[in-house]
Design a protein around this ligand. Structure first.
Ligand SMILES: Nc1ncnc2c1ncn2[C@@H]1O[C@H](COP(=O)(O)OP(=O)(O)OP(=O)(O)O)[C@@H](O)[C@H]1O
Ligand SMILES: [Mg+2]
Length: 512
């Protein structure tokens, strides 16, 4: 039998950052036509390893071969010439340009002299050869996140990419978009291209991947064919033990009404009606989960509750007081803490230190003033406290916050908000980007808050999590809450069908 040559082969790769060994003597291979999942806990070194392969970071030591030939990748441009392309979580498209313009932007063969129609029809037939139906004349800002991601993929393929690396590509997608993405990845694999997929979602790994490599603390701790593995063995490889899913026990005593949202209407970024005649009550000591297909107004609802987005009409009452016109700080002072969907920008500032980010919210800063100045020793102590309370892996609190791995960034943000002793805690997608163990930690934090009587509103994407975590579930569809049910009296099937728009009998909005 002929010996198969890997499309890429990394051997003995090491990379240190100040205070941490992000990659330690790693060997990693991808064969043509293979979908290879790269797994590991938050901070395990996955993004670092792939950034080395994509030419963004230089390894301290180690070798990279492409189709058996040694290469040096000095820049992302270099890597792309060698056939390696990486798609990051935050897309880098120019939003005022069309799809076609974004795809040919920066390519050497700009095909000067060929008219726009020709380019567009080229791109159209190129994309349909990968099973993607797009209109090349559409502008980027008109596209959903899933569509923007398809453009990113096309851009890479158009540049001759043979190995496509995707860092947590499904976190921002709706279930339908995930299916579309997987179809595209399969077509690519059938055409002999290699795909590396970084993800925390084990169901997806089982569904799409052929092979898996698992990292822990910068080292490879296991690898193998997916057909010979299951979710439990993958978890064990990742965290070195089994994860026990915790569940708060017994029937909870739901407390008094604390937050009443009535007939709320909120516009989205495109001027559309994102939240429409939405009403619900939230009680002390309960976890109310909002279930719904992403993009049905969940993001705008949390922003409206936080005071980050203006409402059109309706009311939000907190302990009987209308607060819909209060700003973020005034609401926070009352005890309403929120974690919005857009972490960067609304939650954290990328280029300033971990320490400064820990007190970033204006409502926190008053506590840390000494006269007119900030009390640095106190801030430092506070930041250290958050780091240790919330298990954040970080070598130095003076480093910019973007040195943190994706999951650790998320824990910092959550920790900062939960630490303020909220009475109402509203969070959008609190475990997005977190590994299994860290997700458990976060859910335990919510259980602990619930014990204290905090009223908790969570937007969750995984229905199994909804059933494990929540007391009640509100199903959101096209901007409204269609039905609120006790989790004990409903099923994943029922919730799933309401999420997809099934008619709800009786009142349009039912309170239990
Ligand atoms: N630019 C950087 N400067 C300093 N330290 C960094 C930098 N990038 C990553 N690190 C550190 O290297 C380690 C590995 O980080 P990496 O981002 O590769 O993890 P990851 O496996 O992708 O995690 P996650 O699942 O949370 O995204 C972490 O401890 C992180 O804090
Ligand atoms: Mg990462």
């Amino acid at each position: 039998m002929l010996k198969r040559i890997p499309a890429i082969e990394m051997s003995g790769i090491s990379k240190r950052f100040p205070g941490v060994s992000a990659n330690d003597n790693i060997n990693f291979k991808v064969y043509p036509g293979e979908i290879h999942a790269l797994l590991g806990e938050n901070g395990a070194g996955k993004s670092t390893l792939m950034s080395i392969l994509a030419g963004l970071y230089r390894p301290d030591s180690g070798k990279i071969k492409i189709k058996g030939e040694a290469v040096k990748l000095r820049s992302p441009g270099n890597a792309l010439e060698a056939g390696i392309g990486m798609i990051y979580q935050h897309f880098r498209l120019v939003s005022n340009f069309t799809i076609a313009e974004n795809i040919i932007l920066g390519t050497k063969n700009k095909k000067i002299g060929i008219n726009k129609e020709q380019i567009e029809s080229d791109i159209r037939s190129f994309s349909s050869s990968f099973g993607m139906e797009i209109n090349p004349a559409d502008k980027i800002y008109q596209l959903s996140l899933g569509e923007q991601q398809r453009v990113e993929i096309l851009k890479m393929l158009y540049r001759g990419c043979e190995i496509l690396i995707m860092d947590e590509p499904t976190t921002v997608l709706t279930p339908g978009e995930v299916k579309e993405l997987f179809k595209i990845l399969r077509t690519m694999a059938e055409q002999g291209k290699g795909v590396v997929l970084i993800t925390h979602k084990l169901d997806e790994v089982m569904e799409i991947a052929d092979y898996v490599t698992v990292l822990r603390s910068g080292k490879v701790v296991g690898d193998g064919q997916i057909s010979e593995l299951d979710k439990q063995s993958l978890t064990r490889m990742m965290v070195g033990r089994d994860i026990v899913h915790s569940q708060a026990e017994g029937k909870k005593q739901i407390g008094e009404l604390i937050l009443a949202v009535d007939n709320l209407n909120v516009k989205g970024v495109r001027g559309n009606r994102a939240v429409s005649n939405l009403s619900f009550n939230l009680y002390k000591g309960e976890i109310l989960a909002i279930a719904g297909v992403a993009g049905n107004g969940q993001k705008e609802l949390i922003e409206a509750i936080a005071g980050l987005r203006e409402i059109e009409s309706g009311s939000i009452e907190y302990e009987g007081e209308e607060i819909q016109h209060y700003n973020v700080k005034a609401r926070a002072v009352l005890g309403i803490r929120t974690v919005p969907e857009d972490r960067i920008g609304m939650g954290l500032v990328p280029n300033i230190s971990i320490m400064d980010n820990s007190i970033l919210r204006s409502y926190l800063q008053d506590e840390f003033k000494k006269g007119f100045l900030l009390d640095y020793p106190k801030i430092k102590e506070y930041a250290r406290q958050i780091i240790s309370d919330y298990n954040i892996v970080c070598s130095d609190i003076h480093h910019p916050v973007n040195y943190l791995s994706g999951g650790n960034l998320q824990k910092l943000l959550l920790g900062r908000e939960i630490d303020g002793n909220p009475r109402v805690l509203a969070a959008a997608y609190p475990v997005r980007g977190l590994d299994v163990a860290a997700s458990e930690d976060v859910y335990n934090l919510f259980f602990h808050e619930r014990e204290k009587g905090t009223a908790i509103l969570l937007i969750l994407e995984d229905l199994e999590d909804v059933f494990r975590i929540a007391d009640r579930v509100a199903v959101m569809y096209q901007g409204s809450i269609k039905k609120i049910l006790e989790v004990e009296n409903t099923s994943i099937d029922e919730i799933g069908s309401i999420m997809l728009g099934a008619e709800v009998m009786g009142e349009q909005y039912a309170e239990v």
